[in-house]
Design a protein around this ligand. Structure first.
Ligand SMILES: Cc1ncc(COP(=O)(O)O)c(C=O)c1O
Length: 392
């Protein structure tokens, strides 16, 4: 239903948004759609049994769980055999890292602009399989991963490349399709962390041309659950964890271990239906939101914005991090909390290598304001007024 998504109505569908708190830490976790909450309550009330038995309720629960998988796969343009749902993106990458097969001496490339979730599992994998690790960096002020700055690291020895679609600090959108092309020309597999992209734009793993892609539903208006995609051809590199008597056909069979959270998995059709055709309107609205904050931050010469300073929605998402000369990020948040209901935060947000080694920041890291489509222009105008009061 392209074109019918209404931002103002959308906001009414989130019970939490009736509270006084202004939610600006959405890159940490979003609010949950009311219909998703109802769906989980109903599941617990009517369907809370073990799946796979022949009695009526178990048949209904099995079917609901299957519908969750189907909706999630359809949503990212994958087949159900190519996805697994799990506790978190970190957990799913760790599962994948323990199951991938490479040869001793093969090389992998990891980006320093990433959240530790898309770094540490691959370091563990390199340790287990005796692989050589190469680091991919883009320095200030560009801070953007591109085919051009990746190419010098690629060679026939490289078998795996991992990077983020959007950094949870920088907000800049990487052209993963263009990067996938050069990774594949070099004969390697490409793994993308889509956690900070998925709440803002449509995920389409086939259009992106990636081999592995993951994001966390709990940042996409749904409950605490994540999804990992692995293309059918990339699954040939996976050694399944499945019990010896169980099938190993699908990605869920291979690395899903004991099954995904039932009540959360079965709620996914609700959020998928909510987001159907929504992203044009979401991109347009988010551009307005980020412009308000970026115009203010750009107008001050004592502020450094990390990531793109453009408010163009094709360039960035509204996850905006900055530092201010003469004050630290923690103090800004503490002062804001004394006089307002605004919830945003300071720190490294687990992108610690980025903050320490690339941005050269101290322990307080950045101040991060992360908006999503249910935030209003009024909220961001008020945030700017608040910042005017508390910044030096
Ligand atoms: C960019 C990014 N990747 C990965 C993660 C980790 O996600 P999860 O908590 O599902 O493991 C986060 C969480 O904040 C994130 O922002």
């Amino acid at each position: 239903m392209t074109g019918t998504f209404d931002i103002a109505t959308a906001r009414q569908r989130f019970p939490a948004l009736k509270e006084a708190q202004v939610y600006l830490d959405n890159a940490g976790g979003s609010q949950v759609l009311g219909d998703v909450i109802d769906s989980i309550t109903e599941y617990y009330t009517k369907n809370n049994v073990q799946l796979g038995a022949s009695y009526r309720v178990s048949q209904a629960s099995t079917s609901k769980y299957g519908e969750g998988y189907k909706a999630a796969a359809r949503y990212i343009n994958a087949s159900t055999d190519e996805i697994v749902l799990g506790a978190s993106t970190t957990q799913l990458f760790v599962n994948l890292a323990g199951a991938l097969k490479f040869n001793e001496g093969d090389e992998i490339i990891i980006s320093k602009l990433d959240h530790e979730t898309n770094i540490d599992p691959w370091l563990l994998m390199a340790d287990r399989l005796k692989l050589k690790v190469k680091w991919w960096v883009s320095e200030k002020p560009e801070l953007k991963l591109t085919p051009e700055n990746l190419k010098p690291l690629l060679s026939p020895k490289v078998k795996f490349v991992a990077c983020t679609h959007v950094s949870n600090i920088l907000g800049t959108i990487h052209d993963v399709k263009a990067i996938a092309n050069v990774v594949h020309e070099a004969g390697a597999l490409f793994c993308v962390d889509g956690v900070s992209f998925a709440p803002h734009r449509q995920v389409d793993v086939k259009a992106f041309g990636v081999d592995f892609y993951a994001f966390s539903w709990y940042k996409v208006y749904a409950p605490h659950l994540a999804i990992l995609y692995a293309s059918t051809s990339a699954q040939e590199y996976i050694k399944p964890y499945a019990h010896y008597f169980n099938p190993t056909k699908t990605l869920e069979d291979k690395i899903g271990l004991a099954g995904s959270n039932y009540e959360c998995s079965q709620s996914l059709p609700v959020v998928v239906s909510y987001l159907d055709g929504a992203f044009d309107a979401i991109g347009e609205h988010e551009e307005k939101l980020q412009k308000i904050l970026l115009d203010f931050l750009n107008s001050r010469n004592d502020v450094i914005i990390y990531g793109s300073t453009s408010s163009d929605s094709t360039v960035r998402v509204p996850t905006i991090s900055f530092t201010v000369d003469g004050t630290n990020s923690r103090k800004i948040v503490e002062e804001a909390e004394k006089i307002s209901n605004f919830g945003f935060r300071w720190g490294h947000f687990y992108s610690k290598r980025l903050c320490d080694e690339v941005l050269g920041l101290g322990p307080e890291g950045v101040t991060r304001v992360s908006m999503v489509h249910y935030n209003t222009e009024e909220e961001i105008h008020s945030l700017v007024e608040l910042l005017k009061k508390i910044l030096p």
